[in-house]
Design a protein. Structure first.
Length: 439
């Protein structure tokens, strides 16, 4: 590429001569990125397409500038810009050399490479640049395989990972100009919080969707984009109809147990194809699975896994909706929040529990060798039979797993119940989603 063309593209994406829109600040991700930047490692930002990775990169660059770095010492490169026609690794050398020549940074720059996986063999370039201390390097990608295979080998022990999710409920409220600073705030604004929770249930937390009026249309286009760019093109899929059918099936059946062999009969797609396509959808961060807890790895692998969507808005927009199951949506929201917490503590593991009598606990939180918590999600706990079923399962799991931290997340009900020597806490979902953000 010509140097003039490279500069023209870079000027559109950088703070060198103008201010850029950085969106609503994603505080948690920004603070974690700043901590990572204090190390000598490559920072890898990953997550589903349109979750806000590009804006977080801009926010990082803006923060560096606000804290004394010259704008000329940051360089953002967005490889989804169609003007980058060369996808070979040599374009990275061209970009960096052109930048150094024309911007002439006084100190070591920070280079932010957005959607870097679009460049062939980029991994060794990043490693060399990092090892020679030529620049602080941040990369981003919309596929979990960004840091698997070749890169895992090339950058072993040299990268830190930051997983970006669609906005959590606390962020969602800020996006909608409702700031919750403390417990008193939470009580005073309870009506507004619960009203906005209904919107969160329907449309989820993709940043642009939260801020837009054409929510469903955007969600449908996101689904198409994710499948086309992060699955179909990436893996050269030929059975496109089967892939779309499977993806929509998963988004319809969130919070439900599945096995590949059982799906083979339902969908009339081979189990091998379902397994392969499921791994692709998982790598694109569209869905994730939670395994059944068992002390036997073999039993764990044989048992059905529960499938969840990374965002309930996608499920509502493109799933085959026969009736709205608010309990399943609530469970999915809790699952995503637990995955978000897990991304901050890699010792955490999440399972569900079920015994031979079909007693089931939605979430088992394990940290290291210890079970830290058991969580049920029951939107309507008013029925005596429902309450008995939920508490019976919790108490049985508590005894088997030796865990006394018992929680039932509800729609409205809030209480504390003693059963023998155990205590069960009932907490409304809206409060649980905010509680560790403000305390």
């Amino acid at each position: 590429m010509r140097e003039e063309k490279i500069l023209e593209i870079l000027e559109d994406w950088n703070f060198w001569k103008r201010k850029l829109d950085t969106g609503v600040e994603r505080r948690e991700y920004l603070e974690r990125a700043k901590t990572f930047l204090e190390t000598d490692m490559v920072l890898a930002i990953m997550g589903i397409r349109r979750a806000g990775k590009s804006f977080i990169m801009r926010q990082v660059a803006k923060d560096l500038i606000a804290n004394g770095m010259s704008p000329n010492e940051t360089v953002i490169v967005n490889f989804e810009d169609s003007r980058f026609t060369d996808r070979s690794v040599h374009v990275l050398d061209q970009i960096f050399e052109t930048y150094l020549q024309y911007l002439d940074p006084e100190h070591k720059p920070c280079i932010l490479l957005d959607e870097i996986h679009l460049i062939d063999n980029w991994e060794r370039w990043v490693r060399t640049t990092n090892e020679l201390d030529k620049a602080k390097v941040i990369v981003s990608g919309s596929n979990a395989q960004l840091l698997s295979g070749e890169l895992a080998t090339v950058l072993t022990g040299r990268h830190l990972d930051l997983f970006v999710f669609p906005v959590c409920f606390e962020e969602f409220l800020r996006f909608r100009s409702l700031e919750i600073n403390d417990k008193l705030d939470m009580i005073h604004k309870k009506i507004d919080i619960k009203r906005l929770l209904r919107e969160y249930f329907e449309f989820g937390g993709f940043p642009q969707v939260v801020l837009s009026k054409k929510k469903k249309e955007i969600l449908v286009s996101y689904f198409d984009d994710i499948l086309n760019k992060d699955v179909i093109r990436r893996y050269n899929i030929r059975k496109i109809d089967e892939l779309i059918y499977l993806a929509k099936f998963y988004l319809t059946n969130i919070s439900s147990p599945v096995t590949f062999t059982s799906l083979e009969k339902v969908l009339n797609i081979t189990a091998d194809t379902i397994e392969t396509f499921s791994s692709y959808l998982k790598n694109a961060f569209l869905i994730f699975f939670i395994s059944k807890f068992s002390f036997s790895v073999k039993n764990q692998q044989k048992a059905p896994r529960k499938v969840y969507s990374i965002d309930v808005g996608l499920s509502n927009a493109v799933g085959f909706r026969f009736s709205k199951n608010i309990g399943k949506i609530a469970e999915n929201i809790v699952a995503v929040e637990l995955k978000r917490k897990q991304s901050r503590n890699l010792l955490t593991e999440i399972y569900y529990w079920k015994d031979y009598q079909q007693n089931e606990v939605d979430f088992v939180i394990k940290e290291g060798l210890k079970i830290r918590g058991l969580v049920q999600v029951c939107w309507d706990i008013s029925s005596v039979e429902t309450r008995k079923r939920e508490t019976r399962a919790l108490l049985k799991a508590s005894k088997e797993l030796k865990c006394n931290n018992l929680l039932i997340i509800t729609g409205e009900y809030e209480d504390e119940e003693k059963v023998g020597n155990k205590k069960i806490l009932y907490t409304p979902l809206w409060k649980w989603l905010l509680i560790d953000k403000i305390y």
